[in-house]
Design a protein around this ligand. Structure first.
Ligand code: GZL
Ligand code: ZN
Length: 372
């Protein structure tokens, strides 16, 4: 019974959301509900114009029993990318802390170990269990239309979280996460400011192949490379967002290139691996070294390296996103409209002694004030 009501409510909400996207923020910590930049990242085939959405009968909202009222736990499935990085560990803990039984939820959490096929089957399992909501942090952007259609046919709202999918937005209820293209552009804009006209020979250690975080950061950074004719990207390989991957790729780069002065690592764990490889090769890096390292995630250890001047610029990607997801679910439970997209804000940090219009200068106080 509860699912049927939720189904009608979702249909009604989807219409209102598509029609009035962005007019009400999901109740959650600071976020902005701008137009969906992630939609560009996900590059869906086409936006589903509101008038095309299936007509939904007006659904009464008083019947939507709030979980507290009937005492039932809200059953949420979370198909998580894996356990590849410190960022992912912080993101997982945040979901497990937020969707706790004490908070009124029964969380079915599955670590999909960076395997897209496993993640698809995990979502199918959530559908078979007839969960109330499904959260997906997609390992890769492609290959989601079929299973999203199955979830929609089953009347289960789907939240695409952290990363984006390359699927028609009408196939899922909402998406939330960072603007990965903006993150890549922030790194590039800072580098241009820092180099101040100096040539750049750049090596890039990309994230996992096909992940929107990889695609977006690469696209954004390359947008700025294109503006600097004296910059050359010598090579760009995937380190799969892991420390081992970062070290392996950096070791191969060191064998092939000797004239690089910038290494872009698309997450902190890859940067740790790259630093290990450069240490072993006697290559100096950091504010006093020959190589400038740019990293992403701004996890605690990554910002410690930034404070120490080893990583010169670190572009944050806030992993504490479960509050946004819960805000959306609470709205849906209350029969309220939700936004198609919620942007999780982030910023960049630079080593002490560097002033930048694009980044916060690191200090012990900044590090001590971090939530993760
Ligand atoms: C970014 C997230 C990425 C992190 C990596 O939102 O998807 O995946 O940058 C993580 O650390 O593996
Ligand atoms: Zn981000």
């Amino acid at each position: 019974m509860k699912k049927k009501i939720a189904l009608l409510l979702i249909a009604a909400m989807t219409i209102s959301t598509l029609a009035a996207c962005g007019n009400s923020a999901a109740e959650a910590p600071a976020s902005t509900t701008e137009e969906a930049p992630a939609a560009e990242e996900a590059a869906p085939e086409e936006e589903a114009p509101a008038e095309e959405a299936a007509p939904a009968e007006e659904a009464s909202t008083e019947e939507a029993a709030a979980p507290a009222a009937d005492g039932e736990l809200i059953r949420v499935g979370f198909a998580q990318v894996g356990h590849e990085s410190d960022w992912r560990a912080a993101n997982t803990k945040n979901y497990q802390d937020t969707f706790s039984e004490a908070n009124g939820y029964e969380l079915s959490f599955v670590d999909c170990d960076n395997d897209h096929a496993v993640q698809i089957e995990t979502v199918r399992g959530f559908i078979e269990q007839e969960l109330d909501y499904i959260c997906i942090a997609p390992i890769q952007s492609a290959g989601w239309d079929t299973v999203l259609q199955e979830a929609q046919d089953a009347g289960i709202p789907v939240l695409i979280v952290d990363r984006a999918v390359d699927a028609d937005p009408s196939l899922y209820t909402t998406a939330l996460g960072c603007d990965m293209i903006a993150e890549g552009e922030a790194a590039g804009n800072w580098l241009a400011e820092y180099l101040n006209g100096e040539d750049a020979n750049i090596l890039v250690i990309e994230g996992s192949v096909g992940a929107s975080a990889t695609l977006g950061r690469t696209e954004g950074f390359n947008n700025i490379v294109a503006q600097n004719s004296n910059w050359t990207v010598l090579d760009s390989q995937s380190g799969d967002f892991t420390q081992a991957g970062g070290q392996e790729v950096m070791e191969s780069f060191i064998k092939s290139y000797s004239d690089f002065n910038v290494v872009v690592c698309q997450n902190d764990n890859e940067a740790y691996g790259a630093m290990d490889a450069m240490d072993a090769a006697g290559i100096t890096y950091g504010v006093d070294g020959d190589v400038t390292i740019i990293s992403f995630d701004a996890t605690h250890d990554g910002l410690q390296y930034t404070l120490d001047g080893k990583i010169t610029c670190n572009v944050e990607c806030n992993p504490l996103q479960a509050g946004f997801a819960e805000g959306v679910i609470q709205k849906l439970e209350a029969g309220e409209a939700v936004d198609a997209w919620t942007l999780v804000e982030d910023e960049a940090f630079v080593a002490p002694g560097i002033e930048s219009q694009y980044a916060v200068t690191m200090s012990q106080e900044v590090l001590d004030g971090r939530a993760y």
